[in-house]
Design a protein around this ligand. Structure first.
Ligand code: PHE
Length: 394
């Protein structure tokens, strides 16, 4: 009974947060102004695709953030003064246009002190210039394209970057799988997919492999039929396919490749990580192998504790997005404490000085471009489950 009731409530809260840049209306409060009761408030914005083709990214983000702030009871004491933390979610729908509205809404209407998010590189690249312009510290949870943090000194991220994960997968293909010819199929409209395709190709060829087919498509939301591209790929006879896409396109590519009798291993990056990959692709995604930000099977106390807390609260296994949004929240909370005041310049400075901060996905110290240096896990789908293969250090 109690559980069902909770489910209904969370569904209602979830629905409330949907829509372009829409936020939880009842949570609007001017930044740092005292409430009637005399308590000061800090408002933190969170951007993620809560609806749209990549909505599992949004669901996991939401849950990771909620868990992190609940653990500090949504409050923080800075220089002896207690602040209530108000978290406001905004939906970017996985689209750069909607991302701009979401960032604008959080910055100008909700007057957030900092932003956690967003997930996809194409959306972070649209939102980051706004955060930078208004001097709002931003920590992207999962955007791996290098250009995101190059936007400016207020932009940070909680994840590794594509030049690293692209190399990890190219090396894995050549050194572990010993496959010397590859086809690459990627979304030409998303810097994540395009950038990862480029790094993979470059490293793969440096290591002695040959990319025999290189196939761009114009946007995951627009492309449903991959068979013309896959037919071209088939005629080039690659030994493997590298498909740096998100989970919906990845599942479709796997399904349609099997239909065409193109039965070679499919590799990809972190965008494969969603429970929907297996739900949509079923037996056709068996064997898909990808780099990721964490594995729940990593033998670390931080991971074990997080997985246990998360499973207890949400009754599901956390994916990489849940971990990275939890970690981004922890990075922000740590910086806030060290800043000692709710001031964006002070928070930015404290973020820059983050050193060896232990979070679930690793240890955080930012380099000169505000990227943390972290390891990647390689995972494979086996019997419908993600199986941990190995960890690759930078
Ligand atoms: N790295 C992806 C991007 O930059 C986003 C992503 C991260 C998706 C982790 C799934 C898991 O667009």
């Amino acid at each position: 009974m109690g559980y069902k009731y909770l489910l209904v409530i969370s569904l209602f809260a979830f629905l409330l947060s949907c829509g372009t840049g829409r936020v939880d209306e009842k949570n609007h409060m001017p930044q740092q102004k005292p409430e009637k009761a005399g308590k000061a408030v800090i408002t933190i914005g969170v951007v993620a695709p809560i609806t749209g083709q990549t909505a599992t990214f949004g669901k996991s983000t939401r849950e990771g953030v909620i868990l992190a702030f609940e653990q500090i009871e949504n409050k923080i004491t800075l220089d002896g003064k207690e602040y209530k933390i108000n978290v406001v979610f905004a939906d970017d729908q996985g689209s750069p246009e909607a991302a701009v509205s979401a960032y604008n809404k959080l910055i100008t209407h909700d007057k957030v002190l900092a932003i956690i998010g967003t997930v996809q590189s194409n959306c972070s690249l649209a939102g980051a210039p706004l955060a930078q312009k208004h001097k709002v510290p931003m920590i992207s949870t999962a955007s791996t394209n290098p250009k995101v943090t190059q936007t400016g000194d207020f932009i940070f991220r909680a994840c590794f970057i594509d030049p690293f994960q692209g190399k990890v997968m190219a090396k894995y293909a050549i050194e572990n799988l010993k496959l010397k010819t590859a086809a690459v199929i990627f979304d030409n409209a998303n810097d994540y997919s395009k950038g990862l395709a480029e790094v993979f190709k470059k490293t793969y060829e440096e290591l002695g492999g040959k990319v025999v087919s290189y196939q761009p498509f114009p946007g995951e939301d627009k492309t449903k039929d991959f068979s013309p591209l896959l037919t071209q790929i088939k005629s080039a006879k690659p030994e493997l396919i590298f498909a740096p896409c998100y989970y919906q396109a990845a599942a479709q590519i796997a399904i349609q490749a099997k239909k065409l009798g193109l039965a070679v291993p499919i590799l990809g990056g972190d965008g494969f990580d969603s429970p929907k990959l297996v739900e949509v692709g079923q037996k056709d995604v068996e064997g898909l192998t990808f780099s990721n930000h964490y594995s729940k099977d990593t033998p670390s106390t931080q991971v074990k504790q997080f997985v246990a807390d998360y499973e207890k609260k949400f009754n599901s296994t956390p994916d990489a997005l849940a971990v990275l949004s939890y970690d981004a929240s922890k990075i922000l909370i740590d910086a806030l404490k060290r800043a000692g005041k709710p001031d964006s310049e002070a928070i930015k400075k404290a973020l820059t000085e983050t050193k060896d901060l232990e979070v679930v996905s690793g240890k955080i110290t930012f380099d000169a471009e505000r990227n943390p240096i972290k390891s990647a896990a390689i995972l494979q789908i086996k019997n419908g489950k993600q199986v941990y293969i190995t960890t690759v250090n930078p």
